[in-house]
Design a protein around this ligand. Sequence first.
Ligand code: FAD
Ligand code: UDP
Length: 413
Amino acid sequence: MTEPRPQHPTQDLTAAEQLAADQQAGALTQAPAAPAQDFDYLIVGAGFAGSVLAERLAASGQRVLIVDRRSHIGGNAYDCYDDAGVLIHPYGPHIFHTNSKDVFDYLSQFTEWRPYQHRVKANVDGQLVPMPINLDTVNQLYGLSLTSFELEDFFASVAEPVEQVRTSEDVVVSRVGRDLYQKFFRGYTRKQWGLDPSELDASVTARVPTRTNRDDRYFADVYQAMPLHGYTRMFQNMLSSPNIKLMLNTDYREIVDVIPWRHMIYTGPVDAFFDHCYGALPYRSLEFRHETHDAEYLLPVGTVNYPNDYAYTRVSEFKHITGQRHHQTSVVYEFPRAEGDPYYPVPRPENAELYKRYEALADARPDVTFVGRLATYRYYNMDQVVAQALATFRRLNSAAAGDPQGSEQAEQS
Ligand code: FAD
Ligand code: UDP
């Protein structure tokens, strides 16, 4: 930390209240009654980035204060039971998938798993067809009966040659041609991002593969599973160390100058940390409409995408995803918004440029480490955030042990 922090007696989560009371009582002019207890780390945000780091640091003997301005832990992966008793994801459907054994093994310390392979259908031309586009999608949509080999030839015949694949439009038209692009990607992307696919980096639509076989799983990762008792329970287990104090309903700015800490880990939006001094970094937001229905199931699969109709992009049904049995069912509709809580960084060159300026400011703050989807402005899935947080821990740990080589290795991993 660059500036000296006031040293006050802090015992636990009531430290800020204690301080306010002390100030009122004029106690700060007297010798502190209790020994000062500084935190080694102040962690801003109790989502994956913050919670993984809190767990790792606490396990290595550090004293951690983790604060979140929301009323709960888990960040956007938080889950809870709704009024009907159905386990839902208030911030949209979260499906865990990873190819990293390290990440899966790490999280397995805090949860058991329910194997789950997510399936998505797209509502196109009045039909529900598999998404990602596969052999059945093309046959069903065009009334064909192609084999996998014939589908490869079909794609080759409709694909548009693109010299250098730069944009989200390039990715799709160069793989499956313009008609499938327009039916499945153009409308969805314009709705989701408020931008044409030609204005977004290739990486956005490249998240969704194209298949010539009948595999209709949305993800192809080695590990695909849901935390057996939900994400929130998993986060509770991660944060259970007595070395971790948790403060909810608290913006870090309320306590940053009040409670002593040595190093900060910040997982909120990076531009907000620097008071938007270079202007606001664009983030895409969503509005969620949750509904409960008196039916066992509403959808045939976990998610149905609506690329071309309605203001929402997709509807997801939680019981498919969680495996819960219940006589009612709860679903969520996602309505993309320009304003609101920041959920998605928007991958395009001008935003990368602006982020670089904030990154330079972040790099100049040795007292603060920036981690996570919003703080590093990366369109990361949960497993990527966990991997990033674990690498950050290794770096902090080796730096503390005075091992610059180890810290470089952690940086590269
Ligand atoms: P967050 O979860 O955003 O946590 C940051 C926390 O910081 C928040 O709780 C916030 O309240 C807190 N905070 C911010 N500013 C402050 C402040 N000033 N003071 C105090 N606290 C603050 N990933 C998958 O792998 N699979 C999926 O199926 C999937 N589906 C998704 C669906 C949707 C609709 C969205 C939006 C994301 C999805 N993700 C999915 C991505 C996943 O949500 C993120 O990768 C992950 O949650 C990011 O974790 P994080 O800790 O970086 O950020
Ligand atoms: N996409 C699309 N049509 C679809 C599914 C995805 O055009 O039916 C595009 C869209 O731009 C979307 C991106 O691919 O934002 C990534 O999709 P993914 O399902 O990975 O998005 P997320 O779950 O992160 O919202």
